[in-house]
Design a protein around this ligand. Structure first.
Ligand code: GDP
Length: 334
């Protein structure tokens, strides 16, 4: 942290007050790649950990254009009216891969972001996908410590990311739109299996009959899949984020699902799994960073790239050389 930055103690105090500025600074620290920032962030998270875990953690996924931000804004405003404090974390896996973002500069959820009791944070760009997930987990904990009791994690549905999202939240909502033709086209079975709740959005105007038909098709398809949550029949509902219809029922399902998790002991189990995944990704990142810091490793990587490009050695051989440079080579593999 720079000289003018608040100390860990100041940030902790700000977060405990629910101050959004302190929360933002803390999340920025957790996202930073500077070792001293990381150290401060981890101290802060360790201090705040007893204040975390009480929120309801909901993931929302769906293809771009499905209406995720419109739905989150409508749901968020409703929840705030009911006395909740709502934090929204937007995970955009494309930003990890390309450094750019398919969300672009689109102004999203501006009504919700104007609310005192809302907090909206886009995912960090750059870095590895696992890193984005780890940072999102930490941002979630910091939001909980700041008194947000509903955490919504939005993820752009691009295939791989749903499993990661499912492991971060208590309830995964899949948002779909009614389309012409085969409703199941393009929806991967795996994503349906992970969903705790399916919402067919844009059920308004002349799309209502189509949405109802889609609901029937998805219900039918779900019967052939194992349940996402033991003892839970994944509901399929229709809603319109722009008209606000069906959203009360959607949130009722989220709460019912949560109650089911608590009653069956599965909430503790999910939370344990979430913590394990956090640990795994943290270890992976830390080990990788430590290896990169060893002297000679960066040079060995450059050399390995050049040798592979020049077809002097194979990729497995080049990898072995990098491991040896890091002092991690094994005689068995060499
Ligand atoms: P996201 O990419 O999944 O976040 O989708 P957006 O929330 O940005 O919505 C994409 C487009 O669909 C926008 O033009 C929205 O106004 C529109 N949209 C979202 N929800 C609804 C809905 O329930 N009904 C209708 N008719 N349009 C919607």
């Amino acid at each position: 942290m720079g000289k003018t930055s608040p100390s860990v103690a100041e940030l902790k105090e700000g977060i405990a007050r629910g101050d959004r500025g302190s929360l933002s600074r803390a999340i920025t620290l957790a996202e930073s790649r500077l070792p001293e920032d990381q150290e401060h962030a981890q101290d802060l998270i360790a201090d705040l950990l007893p204040e975390t875990g009480r929120a309801i953690r909901v993931g929302i996924t769906g293809v771009p254009g499905a209406g995720k931000s419109t739905t989150i804004e409508a749901l968020g405003l409703k929840l705030i009216r009911e006395g909740h404090r709502v934090a929204v974390l937007v995970v955009d896996p494309t930003s990890a891969r390309t450094g750019g973002s398919i969300l672009g500069d689109k102004t999203r959820m501006h009504k919700l972001s104007a609310e005192e009791n809302a907090y909206i944070r886009p995912s960090p760009s750059g870095g590895v996908l696992g890193g984005v997930a780890r940072k999102t987990r930490e941002a979630m904990l910091l939001c909980e410590a700041a008194g947000f009791d509903v955490i919504i994690v939005e993820s752009v549905g691009v295939g791989q990311s749903e499993a990661e999202l499912a492991e971060m939240v208590d309830c995964l909502m899949l948002l779909l739109v009614p389309g012409a033709g085969d409703e199941l086209q393009g929806i991967k079975r795996g994503i349906m299996e992970l969903a705790d709740l399916i919402v067919v959005n844009k059920a308004d105007g002349d799309r209502v009959p189509l949405a109802k038909r889609a609901r029937g098709d998805y219900r039918h398809a779900l019967r052939m899949l194992p349940p996402s949550t033991v003892g839970w029949e994944t509901p399929v509902q229709i809603a319109s984020a722009t008209e606000g219809t069906g959203l009360d029922e959607v949130w009722e399902s989220v709460e019912k699902h949560r109650a089911h998790l608590e009653e069956t002991g599965q909430l503790d189990e999910r939370r344990r799994r979430q913590t394990e995944r956090w640990l795994d990704s943290m270890i992976e990142e830390a080990v990788l960073a430590a290896v990169h810091r060893r002297s000679g490793v960066e040079e060995a990587i450059s050399q390995a790239r050049a040798d592979v490009d020049a077809e002097k050695i194979t990729v497995p051989q080049a990898t072995q050389k990098v491991l040896e440079a890091a002092g991690l080579g094994t005689s068995a593999a060499s």
